[in-house]
Structure formats: structure tokens, C-alpha cells
Design a protein around this ligand. Structure first.
Ligand code: GLU
Length: 429
């Protein structure tokens, strides 16, 4: 029997957050737009999302309670191709955050030059308390509400925080019930169910490739590089594995349970085995000193990789950050005021729209594979990922040095320039 209950407060937009995330993206956008000498009208056109969808998701929970959740899909821009971007299931998801992440996807796909626009979606929900059945019902109900606005040639969702390959398989299945068989409607699917080998490791691997390239440009040797990573989920753990295999010394890792520090180096494979055995948590991880997540960010290391939530590096803790190189594996982990402080101190920051683009790049390969009905192998995926990420890195690095601007402004310039040209070439009205 269905029981009715109140909408939990966590699912109502927090007015404190409104403006914050999108304002930050606008700020970075405008810096690059100044360099590009874009007109006000063009700025407004490029910043305004094409479509924003907000839907009600009413589901029956296992205990019979009725839960009403809010789901979002923001389709930011399609000048360069179908819109593309992940789905985030997290209690802090709101329209402003999704809007900012959707626009980051537009610049991200353009920086790595894959034929997509940008979108993002999400549901304000805490997945940790959900049963598999509840998660599946929520996902399918969400697709019921948005199936008409997504599709392999319009907007292609993918995993993000709180979603997985299994969730993507449900999305494909539910969408296909309405529109017929087409695995290319979503990427990040299970490998044995129309997915592609190497998609899961792709974001972390991309971070690793970029770390390697940047270290070499800065004249630093991997074996002399101590690394701290915040976040040990899919992205953080794969980046840690790649870097430790490439001879870097990973001295700090963390997750929601706290930070773990070992100046002699953490055995990353042991940590991965540990989380696999302990419900994906590092809680109780031996052979390391327990520190807080804040302390982890301030460790004396050569490379810091925030790979968890956004906004963790603030004007407050920026002065205490010792790492001369930061690679933004998460989306928007450095707030704009902190970005300025760090840049003034000479800290090199590889920005999110380049640093974590490995995921969407391999999503693109998966979509191509689905359209070809031909299975790619892992070697080919890794080789092509390396090619795409390396080419984008060279372009961003060169532009930043030619113009004496940060890597972030250079990446935004490249992305905005490509989207702007496609918009004009396609015809605006
Ligand atoms: N959610 C990931 C991102 O933020 C991947 C998006 C995708 O594969 O479409 O880049």
C-alpha cells in the first residue's frame, strides 16, 4: 500500500547555491571572451542554455512511502553536434549547478574537439540510502519524463557522480521502449551490454596522461613527484593507479571517510582491493596515517588532484596549498577567488574542461562504436584517447604560453572559439 509523506527538505533548491556555480563559469567565460574580443550579444547567445527541463519524479519506495524527487536536464548548446553530458544523482543537485555543468560540457567537448555540444542532468537524491530496486524505479521514471528530449542525435546522457553503468543500461532500455532499439542514446553502458572497454577508467586515465605531460613540461620527473588525491571513486582511483604505475609516489588519498597519508607511498592496488572489499569505502584502511580531507589538500606534495566534489579549494585554504601543480579531475573544484590567488602564486592549474575530458572522449568512441555496430578493443580505445587528449593539451599549453594567460583561460578560449565559429557557420537565425 502506498503511503504519502512530506518532500524531504534536502530536495528543495537551496537559495544559497543559486547563482554560485553558474556565476563562476560566467566569470571564466568572460575572461576568455575578453581575449577573443567577443561582442556582448555573442556572449549572451553562447551563455544562454537552449533548453532547461525540470521534472517531477514520483516513486514508491520499498517501505510503501511516496517520494517526490526533482530531476533536471539542461541542454546548453548544440552548434557542434548532439548535446552530451552526464547525469548526477546527488542531494545537492539543483538547477544552477546543472546549468553550470551543462555549459562546462559545451566547452569541454569543444576543447578536445569531438563533435558534440553540451548538456547535463541530475536528480536531487541521496543514492546511498536507496535499494537497487528504488534506484531503478527512480531512473526509469526520470526517463519517462525526459525521453522525448534525449536521443542519439539530440542529447546523449552518461554517468556522473552517483550514477553507474547499470543506471545507463536502464536508461537505454527505458528509452528504447518508447523509440525502438538504439544503444547510442546513452554512453557509459556495461561493456557486455553495448558499452566500450576502457570507458570506466577513461576519466582517471585522461587525468594521468595530462599529469604526465604537464610534469614533463615543468621539468619534473615522475619518480620525484609526490601526489595527493582527494576522492577515491572511479576517477580518483583510476588516476592514482595510472600515476603509481608511471612511477609517481601517491602519498595521500581520501574519500568521504577522511584522508589517508603515508609519506613512503601508498600501495594504490592495495587501496583499490580494500575499497572493493569494504563497500567502496577507505574507512579503516591500514598502513597510512588518518588525516582530514582538508589536511589532505594542504599536504606537502608536488601534484594535487581534487577528484571529488566541486568548490573544495577556496580563498580560505588556497594560501595553505603547497602543491605547485593542480589537476582538476572533478568539475569546478577550485573556486574563482582561489583560482586567482593560486595563479598569482605561480601554481599551475590544469582546468577541469581539459583535465577530466577523458570520460566524454571515450563516451564519444562508445557512441561511434554503437553507430558502427562494431566492437572496439581496449588497445584502440587507449590509443585514441591518448591521441585526442594529447592534441588538446598541446593546443591549450601553446595558446597559454603565446598569450601569457592561464591554462584555464586558454582552454576556455579554444572551446568558446570553436563553438562560436560553429554557431556563425551554421547560421544564427
Ligand atoms: N560526466 C562526465 C563529465 O562530466 C562524462 C560525460 C559524458 O561521458 O558524456 O565529463
Amino acid at each position: 500500500m502506498l503511503r504519502l509523506s512530506k518532500v524531504p527538505d534536502a530536495h528543495i533548491n537551496n537559495p544559497q547555491n543559486i547563482m554560485k556555480s553558474f556565476e563562476a563559469v560566467k566569470l571564466y567565460f568572460n575572461r576568455a571572451a575578453d581575449e577573443l574580443e567577443l561582442t556582448e550579444n555573442m556572449r549572451t547567445l553562447l551563455l544562454t542554455p537552449k533548453r532547461e527541463v525540470q521534472v517531477q519524479i514520483a516513486v514508491e519506495m520499498d517501505n510503501g512511502d511516496l517520494q517526490t524527487l526533482i530531476g533536471y536536464r539542461v541542454q546548453h548548446d548544440n552548434a557542434r553536434g548532439p548535446m552530451k553530458g552526464g547525469l548526477r544523482f546527488h542531494p545537492e543537485v539543483d538547477l544552477d549547478e546543472v546549468r553550470s555543468l551543462a555549459s562546462l560540457m559545451t566547452w569541454k567537448t569543444a576543447v578536445v574537439n569531438i563533435p558534440y555540444g553540451g548538456a547535463k542532468g541530475g536528480i536531487a537524491v541521496d543514492v546511498r540510502g536507496l535499494s537497487v530496486g528504488e534506484l531503478e524505479r527512480i531512473t526509469r521514471k526520470f526517463v519517462d519524463e525526459i525521453h522525448d528530449v534525449i536521443g542519439p542525435d539530440t542529447d546523449i546522457p552518461a554517468p556522473d557522480m552517483g550514477t553507474s553503468a547499470e543506471v545507463m543500461a536502464w536508461i537505454m532500455n527505458q528509452h528504447n521502449k518508447y523509440h525502438g532499439f538504439n544503444p547510442g542514446v546513452v554512453t557509459g553502458k556495461p561493456v557486455e551490454h553495448y558499452g566500450i572497454p576502457g570507458r570506466e577508467e577513461a576519466t582517471g586515465r585522461g587525468v594521468g596522461i595530462l599529469a604526465f605531460k604537464t610534469l614533463s613540461r615543468l621539468g619534473r620527473k615522475p619518480h620525484e613527484t609526490r601526489v595527493a588525491l582527494q576522492g577515491f571513486g572511479n576517477v580518483g582511483s583510476h588516476a592514482a593507479k595510472f600515476l603509481s604505475e608511471a612511477d609517481c609516489k601517491v602519498v595521500g588519498i581520501s574519500d568521504i571517510s577522511g584522508g589517508y597519508y603515508n609519506p613512503d607511498g601508498i600501495n594504490v592496488l592495495e587501496a583499490i582491493r580494500y575499497v572493493n572489499k569494504h563497500e567502496r569505502s577507505l574507512e579503516g584502511f591500514p598502513s597510512a596515517e588518518k588525516i582530514s580531507n582538508e589536511e589532505l589538500l594542504e599536504l606537502d606534495v608536488e601534484l594535487l588532484i581534487p577528484a571529488a566534489l566541486g568548490g573544495v579549494i577556496t580563498a580560505d585554504n588556497a594560501q595553505r596549498i603547497k602543491a605547485p601543480l593542480i589537476i582538476e579531475a572533478a568539475n569546478a573544484p577550485v573556486r574563482p577567488d582561489a583560482d586567482d590567488l593560486l595563479h598569482d602564486r605561480g601554481v599551475v592549474i590544469v582546468p577541469d574542461i581539459l583535465a577530466n575530458a577523458g570520460g566524454v572522449t571515450v563516451s564519444y568512441f562508445e557512441w561511434v562504436q554503437n553507430r558502427q555496430y562494431y566492437q572496439w578493443n581496449l588497445d584502440r580505445v587507449r590509443q585514441e584517447l591518448d591521441r585526442v587528449i594529447s592534441a588538446a593539451f598541446e593546443e591549450v599549453w601553446d595558446l597559454s604560453h603565446q598569450r601569457n594567460i592561464s591554462l584555464r583561460t586558454a582552454a576556455f578560449m579554444l572551446g568558446i572559439g570553436r563553438v562560436g565559429r560553429a554557431t556563425v557557420l551554421g547560421g544564427i537565425t
